[in-house]
Design a protein around this ligand. Structure first.
Ligand code: CA
Length: 251
């Protein structure tokens, strides 16, 4: 299968710096979004280190690492290892420069390999899939509010506006042994994947995002429409979107 991809990152209207970052590597069929956090714009450093580290690892011939009991395809193991290496690189940078302590980043990645897609994430950056008329969030946020939703203490609607909605429970840069969540999904011609930071999903509802994807003319223009729509709502955070469309060979 072939694919097309486009990405766009925007500072939004409320923040001085853009601490989000994304990577698209066509040769590796790898797509990644990272949302950095930390004072004095150090989130920028954390998200950039992570994206570079993941893209470089997937380009290299490095072997994959261990997988603690989960049965995964070799490519998926490599993506998981790549994210664990990114964690080491963020922690290494903090060790080198104490002033960076406290920086961290989320990461969400998609790796396409034939008819399998590997999704891997840490934190609250998300991956969605549009298949026909069905628009589905494929990642569960690693956030305190989502844990409350899954336990039945909060509704999804309450979580959207909860004062603690930005508290992530997993991030690169935090605990040494970060748990990367990895899932494999079948990929079909016609699927459109969206990777995004919470600057998009905090401003727009899923149904609004779906409308923009369905009515987009091409991927670049759709990325711009998504960013514009989030900014129209106030652009309270950095906004990053990566779109990947799976197409027939020869298309
Ligand atoms: Ca954010």
């Amino acid at each position: 299968m072939k694919f097309r991809a486009a990405g766009l990152s925007d500072t939004g209207l409320a923040r001085e710096h853009n601490e989000d970052c994304f990577g698209i590597d066509g040769a590796s069929r790898l797509f990644v979004v990272a949302d950095g956090m930390g004072g004095h714009s150090f989130g920028e450093v954390a998200s950039r280190i992570s994206i570079d580290s993941i893209v470089d690892f997937m380009k290299s011939d490095s072997a994959d690492g261990s997988v603690d009991g989960q049965e995964l395809q070799p490519q998926s193991r490599r993506l998981k290892t790549a994210i664990e290496r990114a964690q080491d690189d963020v922690l290494g940078a903090i060790e080198q420069d104490e002033s960076l302590r406290g920086m961290g980043t989320t990461v969400v990645g998609l790796l396409l390999d034939g008819e399998t897609g590997t999704l891997a994430h840490v934190g609250d950056s998300r991956l969605y899939r549009l298949r026909g008329e069905e628009f589905e969030q494929m990642t569960e946020d690693h956030t305190w509010v989502n844990e409350q939703v899954m336990a039945g203490y909060l509704t999804a609607e309450q979580a959207r506006t909860h004062p603690l909605r930005n508290v992530v429970t997993r991030a690169l840069g935090g605990e040494a042994n970060v748990q990367v969540e990895v899932t494999e999904v079948p990929v079909q011609e016609g699927d459109i994947f969206l990777l995004c930071s919470d600057g998009l999903t905090g401003m727009l509802r899923d149904s609004e995002i779906q409308d923009l994807l369905e009515n987009g003319e091409d991927l670049d223009q759709t990325c711009q429409s998504l960013v514009d729509a989030a900014n129209d709502r106030g652009g309270g955070d950095n906004i990053t979107v990566v779109l990947v469309s799976v197409e027939r060979d020869g298309a």
